[in-house]
Design a protein. Structure first.
Length: 562
C-alpha cells in the first residue's frame, strides 16, 4: 500500500479509502473508473432531483454534469445520486396531492442517508420543484458538511394573444370556463401555450420563493435564484458551485456556520419583501429546526410588519421571475434591504464571504415597475401575516401581498370536510359572495399531508370571487394561490382543534387590527362543541402515509417528522 498524504477537506471519506483494510472499498471505486488520484481527493455527493415527472426537474441533468466538471476542476471527486420528486401541479386536486409534503421528508431523508452512509465530505444538491428545494436544504442542515444548493431555474413565460401567461393562468382559466366567461377552445389554447419548456413555475410561487430563500440564507451562490433553467448562466453558475463546495471544504465552512438565527431573519425579510409563498411558514421553520434554530410564526409575523413590500410579483402582482432577473435579481432586492438596515450583513455564505461582502459591488439602479424603492414601497409592511384567536390558538397564515382587505371581514360559514366538496359546489356555482368557506381535515395528520388547494383557489378567482369570499383551512395553499385565503389553521381538525367545531352559518371574523381569526360564539359554546367532538379513524393504515400520520408535527412548527 503506497503512502499518501491525506488531502485537505477529506474529512470523512478517508474512512472508506485509507489503509490495507480498505482495499475492497477502493476496488469498488476503481470499478467506477476512479484513479488513485481521484480516490485520494475529497469526495462530494451531488444530489440530483432530475426526472421526467415534472418540467420543474426535467432540465436538471445537464446542470449536474456542470457541477461534476466544477468539482473535478477544483480537485475533488464527485459522486452523483438521485432522489425523488413529485409534481404538485399534476397531482393538484387529486388524492395523490397528499404525497406532496410527505415527499419533502423523503427527499431530506434520502440525501442524508446517502451522504452519511458513503461518508461524503461535502454535498451539492440540485433541485427544481416545490418540495425538493426545502428537502435538500433540510438535509444540508442535518449533515452539516460543506454544502451548496443549486436551483434548477424557473420556466420561461408562455404566450397567448400577445400576453405572457403561465400555469397560474391555466388554473384560473378553469374557473373562467366554469363561469361561462371563456369557451372550451379558449381554455384549450391557454392550456397549450402556458408552459413552453423545462423549469419551475415562473411566479413568486413556492419554488421561486424557496430559491430566493436559498440565496438569502447564503446556501446558494449570489444571483442564481433568478436564472431561468434554459439560461446558459445557469450552466456556468452550476459549474461555479462545484468550485465553491471545494472552497468550503478547504476553509472548513459548514452549514452550521451559515444557518444562524440572523441568516433565517434575512431569509424571512427577503421573502416578505417580495410577497413570497405562504409555504415559507412551513419550510423555513423546518430548515431552521434541522439547523437547531427556533423560528416561529410570530417571528415571521413580526419581521413582516417591519419590512416593506417592494417587489410586484405574481400571484398577487404583475411580474414573474424572469422580470425580476432582468431587474437585477435577488442581489438587488437584498442590497436595497441591506442599505436600509433591514438585513444582517455579517452572515457567512457559501462564497466564503459575508452577505455584505457579496453585495458590495451590486448597483441597485432606479426603482421600476418590478422593484420599488424602500422609501416608496408597494406596501409599508410585508406580504405575510400570522393570525391567532379562538379559531387558531396555534396560529394561521394570511398572505396579504397584492390585496387590500378591510380591517375586519368575514361572513357566515360554509363548512366542508375536505376540498372535494368545495370544488363540487364551485362547479354548481353554489359558492356566493360573502361566504366564509371552511375546509377542514386537510392538515398534516388529517389529510394527511396538507394538500395544496390551487385548483380550488384558482377556480374561486376565475369565477370572480377572489376578493368576495373568505377561504380558511387547516390545509395549505399553492404559492400560486391568492385572494382572501387563510391556511395552516392550528390545531388542525384531526386533533380536535377549534376548526372542528365550526357549523354552517356560524359567523367567522378576521380582525386585522388585532391579527385574529375568531368564530363569533361564546367560549362556553365552543367548549361544549369540542367536548362532543370525536376523532375520525386514520384514512391510511399502512405505507408511507400511515407512517407520516404517526410522525408528523403541527404545521405551526413546520410539519416536521423528527
Amino acid at each position: 500500500m503506497r503512502a499518501t498524504k491525506r488531502a485537505v477537506g477529506k474529512w470523512r471519506s478517508w474512512e472508506t479509502t485509507e489503509g490495507a483494510i480498505r482495499a475492497p472499498h477502493r476496488s469498488m471505486m476503481k470499478a467506477l473508473g476512479l484513479s488513485d488520484k481521484d480516490i485520494e481527493a475529497p469526495f462530494v455527493g451531488i444530489a440530483s432531483t432530475h426526472n421526467e415527472v415534472t418540467p420543474c426537474n426535467a432540465g436538471i441533468e445537464a446542470l449536474v454534469e456542470e457541477v461534476k466538471r466544477g468539482i473535478f476542476a477544483a480537485e475533488g471527486t464527485p459522486f452523483t445520486f438521485g432522489t425523488i420528486t413529485v409534481s404538485d401541479a399534476i397531482s393538484m386536486g387529486t388524492e395523490g396531492m397528499r404525497g406532496s409534503l410527505v415527499s419533502r421528508e423523503v427527499i431530506a431523508d434520502s440525501i442524508e442517508t446517502v451522504c452519511f452512509a458513503e461518508r461524503y465530505d461535502g454535498v451539492v444538491a440540485v433541485a427544481g420543484c416545490d418540495k425538493s428545494l426545502p428537502g435538500s436544504m433540510m438535509a444540508m442542515a442535518r449533515l452539516d458538511i460543506p454544502s451548496v444548493f443549486i436551483y434548477g431555474g424557473s420556466i420561461m413565460p408562455g404566450s397567448w394573444r400577445g400576453e405572457d401567461i403561465q400555469i397560474q393562468n391555466v388554473f384560473e382559466a378553469v374557473g373562467e370556463y366554469q363561469a361561462g366567461q371563456i369557451d372550451e377552445e379558449e381554455l384549450y389554447q391557454i392550456e397549450s401555450h402556458a408552459c413552453p419548456g423545462s423549469g419551475a413555475c415562473g411566479g413568486m410561487f413556492t419554488a421561486n420563493t424557496m430559491a430566493s430563500i436559498g440565496e438569502a440564507l447564503g446556501l446558494s451562490l449570489p444571483g442564481t435564484a433568478s436564472e431561468s433553467n434554459v439560461d446558459q448562466r445557469k450552466a456556468a453558475s452550476s459549474r461555479a458551485a462545484g468550485h465553491a463546495v471545494m472552497n468550503l471544504l478547504r476553509k472548513n465552512i459548514r452549514p452550521s456556520d451559515i444557518l444562524t438565527r440572523k441568516a433565517f431573519e434575512n431569509a424571512v425579510t427577503v421573502v416578505v419583501a417580495m410577497g413570497g409563498s405562504t409555504n415559507t411558514t412551513l419550510h423555513l421553520p423546518a430548515i431552521a429546526h434541522e439547523a437547531g434554530v427556533e423560528l416561529t410564526l410570530k417571528d415571521i409575523h413580526e419581521i413582516s410588519l417591519r419590512t416593506p413590500l417592494i417587489a410586484d410579483m405574481k400571484p398577487g402582482g404583475k411580474y414573474v421571475m424572469l422580470d425580476l432577473d432582468r431587474a437585477g435579481g435577488i442581489p438587488v432586492v437584498m442590497k436595497r434591504l441591506l442599505d436600509a438596515g433591514l438585513l444582517h450583513g455579517d452572515c457567512m455564505t457559501v462564497t466564503g464571504k459575508t452577505v455584505a461582502e457579496n453585495l458590495a459591488g451590486v448597483v441597485v439602479g432606479e426603482p421600476n415597475d418590478v422593484l420599488y424603492s424602500i422609501e416608496d414601497p408597494i406596501s409599508e409592511t410585508g406580504g405575510l401575516v400570522t393570525l391567532f384567536g379562538n379559531l387558531a390558538p396555534d396560529g394561521c397564515v394570511l398572505k396579504v401581498a397584492g390585496h387590500q382587505f378591510g380591517q375586519k371581514f368575514g361572513g357566515p360559514a360554509r363548512v366542508f370536510d375536505g376540498e372535494e366538496g368545495v370544488m363540487e359546489a364551485l362547479q354548481k356555482r353554489d359558492i356566493k359572495d360573502g361566504d366564509a368557506i371552511v375546509i377542514r381535515y386537510e392538515g398534516p395528520k388529517g389529510g394527511p399531508g396538507m394538500r395544496e388547494m390551487l385548483a380550488v383557489t384558482a377556480a374561486i378567482v376565475g369565477q370572480g370571487l377572489g376578493e368576495k369570499v373568505l377561504l380558511m383551512t387547516d390545509g395549505r395553499f399553492s404559492g400560486a394561490s391568492h385572494g382572501s385565503m387563510i391556511g395552516h389553521i392550528g390545531p388542525e381538525a384531526a386533533v380536535g382543534g377549534p376548526i372542528a367545531a365550526i357549523e354552517d352559518g356560524d359567523q367567522i371574523e378576521v380582525d386585522l387590527d388585532n391579527f385574529e381569526l375568531n368564530i363569533k360564539i361564546s367560549d362556553d359554546e365552543l367548549a361544549a362543541r369540542l367536548a362532543k367532538w370525536q376523532p375520525k379513524p386514520p384514512p391510511y393504515t399502512k405505507g408511507v402515509l400511515s407512517k407520516y400520520i404517526k410522525l408528523v408535527h403541527p404545521a405551526s412548527t413546520g410539519a416536521i417528522t423528527g
